[in-house]
Design a protein around this ligand. Structure first.
Ligand code: KMH
Ligand code: ZN
Length: 277
C-alpha cells in the first residue's frame, strides 16, 4: 500500500486551556507545534484561529501570524478551517481565505454538534466553495453525515468544485455519525475511485479508527482538536505525540508517513504558498 497522509489538527475551536494546558494559542506556539508535528510525520496542519486568551476567532491577522510562524519552520501544507466555531457567521468564517492558504476545509451540510448546531445551509456551502474557487484554494470536504457526500458530488457536477476531492470523515461528534467501522465502510464504498479520504475519529475513537483506516488504504487526521489522550487517562504531550502514534500505526501495516512533497502531489497542491500581502 502507498504512503499514509497524516493531518495534524493542532488547536481546534472548542478545546480550552483548562482541558488541555499546553494548547497552542500564540503564533510562536502554533509554529513550534506545527514543526514538531511535521517531524513526527504530518504533512498537513489543520488550523483554527484563537485569540491569546483562547477565544475562537477567524480573524485575518491571527491566521496571517499563524501562517507566517508555520512557514518559519516548514513548507508543510497549511489548511485553514472555514468551519470556525459554532455560531460564527459565514463571512467571519472565511475572511482569512484572502491569505491564500494551500488548502481549506468545506463542510457540505448542517449537522448537530453536541448540544448545538453547526450551520451549513446550501447558500453558505456555495458561498464558501465560490470563495475557494476565487482564491484557487484546494478544499478538503468535511463529512459529518452521509448526505454531505451527495452535496459534495453535486457541487462538482455544478462545476463549483473541481474533482477529484479529498474528504475527511469526521466520526463521533455527538449528534452526528457515530465512530463506527460500519459507517466508515459505507462512506468509503460510496466514494468515486479517484477521490481520497481520511478519518478523524473523535475522542477515544481517534486512534482505533485511524488504525482501521490505515489498514484499508485510507489516511488519518489526529490532534487535540479531536482527542486529547494517547491512551485512557494519559494526556497527549502535544498533537505531535498523536502524530507519532499514527505514524507507528501506519508502519505497522507497512506504510510510511507521506512526505509533504508526496502529499502535495496527491492533493494537487503543487507549490507551497505564503501569506499574501
Ligand atoms: N469547530 C467546528 C464547529 C472545520 O474545521 O472545518 C467545525 C470544524 C470544521 O471544526
Ligand atoms: Zn477543524
Amino acid at each position: 500500500m502507498s504512503a499514509a497522509l497524516i493531518t495534524a489538527a493542532i488547536n481546534g475551536a472548542e478545546v480550552t486551556r483548562d482541558q488541555y494546558p499546553s494548547l497552542p494559542l500564540l503564533p510562536a506556539e502554533v509554529g513550534e507545534e506545527a514543526g514538531r508535528c511535521v517531524e513526527a510525520g504530518a504533512a498537513i496542519i489543520h488550523l483554527h484561529g484563537r485569540k491569546p486568551d483562547g477565544t475562537p476567532t477567524q480573524d485575518l491577522d491571527t491566521f496571517r501570524a499563524y501562517f507566517e510562524a508555520i512557514r518559519s519552520h516548514s513548507e508543510v501544507i497549511v489548511q485553514f478551517s472555514t468551519g470556525g466555531a459554532v455560531g460564527m457567521d459565514v463571512e467571519e468564517r472565511i475572511v482569512a481565505l484572502a491569505l491564500r492558504p494551500d488548502m481549506a476545509t468545506l463542510t457540505t451540510g448542517t449537522v448537530n454538534f453536541g448540544e448545538e448546531i453547526f450551520e451549513n445551509p446550501l447558500p453558505t456551502v456555495r458561498l464558501i466553495a465560490e470563495r475557494l474557487r476565487q482564491f484557487e484554494i484546494r478544499p478538503e470536504i468535511e463529512v459529518f453525515d452521509v448526505g454531505m457526500l451527495d452535496t459534495a458530488r453535486r457541487l462538482v457536477d455544478e462545476g463549483i468544485l473541481k474533482g477529484p476531492l479529498h474528504v475527511d470523515f469526521v466520526l463521533g461528534v455527538p449528534g452526528a455519525m457515530a465512530a463506527e467501522e460500519r459507517h466508515l465502510d459505507y462512506l468509503v464504498s460510496w466514494l468515486p475511485p479517484s477521490w481520497t479520504w481520511c478519518v478523524a475519529g473523535i475522542g477515544r475513537h481517534e486512534l482505533r479508527l485511524a488504525a482501521y483506516a490505515l489498514e484499508r488504504g485510507g489516511h488519518v487526521r489526529v490532534g487535540v482538536e479531536d482527542n486529547l489522550y494517547v491512551e485512557r487517562g494519559v494526556l497527549a504531550k502535544g498533537t505531535w505525540e498523536l502524530v507519532e502514534r499514527a505514524a507507528a500505526l501506519a508502519r505497522a501495516v507497512g506504510r510510511e508517513p507521506m512526505s509533504v512533497d508526496e502529499a502535495r502531489a496527491m492533493l494537487r497542491v503543487r507549490e507551497p504558498r505564503y501569506p499574501v500581502g
